[in-house]
Ligand binder design. Structure first.
Ligand SMILES: *[C@@H]1O[C@H](CO)[C@@H](O)[C@H](O)[C@H]1NC(C)=O
Ligand SMILES: *[C@@H]1O[C@H](CO)[C@@H](O)[C@H](O)[C@H]1NC(C)=O
Ligand SMILES: *[C@@H]1O[C@H](CO)[C@@H](O)[C@H](O)[C@H]1NC(C)=O
Length: 253
């Protein structure tokens, strides 16, 4: 596959990564000193293999749904130049989480409105071994989805697959201010968002989980931990985000 990364505008100022390392049970959550990162590949459009404690760079592109498809049908990586993701209609954020840590990505939407960039996002990494997620709906003028779980699946340390994990709206069932879209995404009205004149900070939170094996066949098991933790509300674990991302819903509605 011919892949050359023409970087659309980067959301560097808005995007950030919060990390917690998990011990065996949620009650013993603790930040832990990190081991060495041996992965020298920093571009989201290059191939690499990773081992535990490595960082791994991937990107998230925001654009209209159809612009992720070549000729209307074949979904390509945003790194592929056959897609004409121009800076006018797309934005890219890059992240470098560690593959053995539970991480929450945030994209601050105070100066970036996903609805203005087509409203869909795709997670991607790699060149010859390009992997990309399906486009996920983020926002349009009516609805905004703020909470996502992204699974990065590795085999022998090479990224095989990226996919959005849904919980069938379990996280918003019974909450009258949320709407369940397509039985999979909890959304709020875009008019409630600060970037559209409302009162809610509709910044995006993307929970990451790693599954599969590293290049030494060690198993990544953060997906297992995320599944078990979901009942405790992951955002609650990130104390510095709690007030800005979740506390506001209780306050405002
Ligand atoms: C695009 O799709 C149309 C209709 O399916 C087809 O006729 C055309 O050959 C395709 N073009 C390319 C470049 O694949
Ligand atoms: C987003 O940025 C604005 C302006 O800097 C700040 O007030 C707000 O708290 C940030 N939101 C989050 C979730 O970090
Ligand atoms: C916004 O997205 C929702 C869910 O995908 C859809 O039902 C609705 O028609 C869209 N509204 C607009 C104005 O595009």
């Amino acid at each position: 596959m011919a892949a050359a990364f023409r970087q659309p505008r980067l959301l560097t100022a808005a995007a950030s990564l919060l990390v917690l390392l998990l011990a065996s049970s949620p009650s013993s959550l603790r930040p832990v000193e990190s081991a060495a990162d041996t992965n020298r590949v920093y571009s989201p459009c290059a191939d690499t293999t990773v081992q535990r404690s490595d960082g791994f760079t991937f990107g998230i592109a925001f654009a209209p749904r159809l612009s992720f498809f070549h000729n209307g049908s074949l979904e390509l990586s945003p790194c592929d130049r056959r897609l004409s993701l121009s800076s006018a209609t797309s934005q890219v954020a890059t992240f470098r989480p560690k593959v053995d840590e539970i991480s929450l990505l945030t994209i601050n939407t105070s100066s970036f409105s996903p609805a203005n960039y087509g409203g869909y996002m795709v997670a991607f990494a790699g060149r010859k071994y390009a992997a990309r997620s399906l486009p996920s709906f983020v926002a349009n003028s009516t609805y905004t989805v703020t909470s996502f779980t992204l699974v990065l699946e590795f085999k022998k340390g090479r990224l095989q697959n990226l996919y959005w994990k849904r919980d069938g709206c379990a996280s918003c069932s019974g909450k009258s201010n949320f709407v369940c879209l397509n039985n999979q995404d909890c959304a709020i009205k875009t008019s409630n968002c600060k970037n559209h004149g409302g009162a809610v900070d509709c910044s995006l939170g993307i929970q990451l989980a790693f599954s599969g094996t590293d290049k030494h066949f060690s198993v990544f098991n953060s997906w297992y931990e995320v599944e078990n933790l979901r009942q405790y509300s992951l955002y609650g674990l990130y104390s510095n985000l709690r007030n800005s991302l979740t506390g506001q819903y209780n306050k405002i509605f």
